[in-house]
Design a protein around this ligand. Structure first.
Ligand code: AMP
Length: 278
């Protein structure tokens, strides 16, 4: 596996590569969820490239950035074992060099406003900025991102459309612990007991899914909210939105694709998850 730290190098290699390139951007602390995206990348492309970069511009809390787990050597080992071909491991000055204006001002038509947008000011600007920069550097055919961050996925999909970028975005399923808890780098900061408790998020989302067509959305959300609180979590939001526009849904029957998404804090750790209701 080739490890490159310089933007110019990875650009040259990916631009000259004759076959299809799959690219998986990550912030490291890799788990099976990330590695499942590598598997998808291998199915689709001839060259699989991952990046590991803890992007400072997408953190709205300095302490979250500081405490974000960093496990680079274990990550590289996992990527080698999984058959990743190339890793881009830049430092901050390589992604945000003084000489390059990497800021990007894009009208996302409101999909950046609900859910995470309400609770993490500036977060999606940072995500759009880093992904655009990474796509300028890595000349890829496929960009593979997880459903786990559904709103992020939709925003990047919209960015690609709006900027008419020659890349196909592909969604990978959310990988979960046996308890149902969505795998996340942040889970490393939970105790065994907390991990157990945190599985209530998925259970609550699944119960909204199950009762969605017959129940009142407001009531379903209220029940899920109490369930999280009873397990010692502090919900930030539980929202039922149209899967495309991310606008709140009003009557269950009027939508073909609905997403129910939640964020909750457990101690110092903020967790998110979602379920697509077809
Ligand atoms: P991150 O390192 O958290 O920025 O995530 C990098 C990519 O992995 C994003 O596209 C995430 O949506 C995806 N991802 C994170 N957790 C999971 C999971 N449990 N299953 C599948 N993909 C995931």
């Amino acid at each position: 596996m080739l490890i490159l730290t310089k933007a110019a190098m990875i650009h040259a290699v990916t631009a000259e590569f004759k076959g299809k390139v799959s690219f998986i951007p990550t912030m490291g602390a890799l788990h099976e969820g990330h590695l499942s995206l590598v598997d998808k990348g291998k199915e689709l492309g001839d060259l699989v490239v991952c990046s590991i970069f803890v992007n400072p511009t997408q953190f709205n809390e300095a302490s979250d950035l500081e405490k974000y787990p960093r496990t680079v050597s274990a990550d590289l080992r996992k990527l080698i074992d999984r058959g990743c071909d190339m890793v881009f491991l830049p430092d901050v000055s390589e992604i945000y060099p003084d000489r390059v204006d990497t800021r990007i001002d894009l009208d996302l038509e409101g999909i950046d406003k609900p859910m995470e947008g309400q609770h993490r000011p500036g977060h999606f600007q940072g995500v759009v900025r880093v992904v655009k920069r990474l796509l300028d550097i890595v000349d890829t055919d496929f960009l593979i991102m997880g459903q786990k961050d559904y709103q992020q996925y939709r925003i990047i999909e919209r960015m690609i459309e709006k900027l008419d970028l020659p890349v196909e975005i592909v969604m990978g399923d959310t990988l979960r612990e046996p308890s149902g808890l969505a795998m996340s780098s942040r889970n490393a900061r939970l105790s065994a007991e907390e991990r157990d408790k945190a599985s209530v998020i998925y259970a609550a989302l699944k119960s909204i899914e199950k009762n969605f067509r017959s129940g009142d959305p407001v009531e379903l959300v209220r029940k899920a909210w109490s369930r999280l609180e009873e397990s010692g979590l502090e919900p930030e939001y539980i929202e039922l939105v149209d899967g495309d526009t991310l606008l709140p849904i009003v009557k269950s029957r009027d939508y073909s694709k609905v997403v129910v998404a939640a964020a909750a804090r457990l101690g110092q750790v903020r967790l998110i998850d979602n379920v697509i209701i077809q």
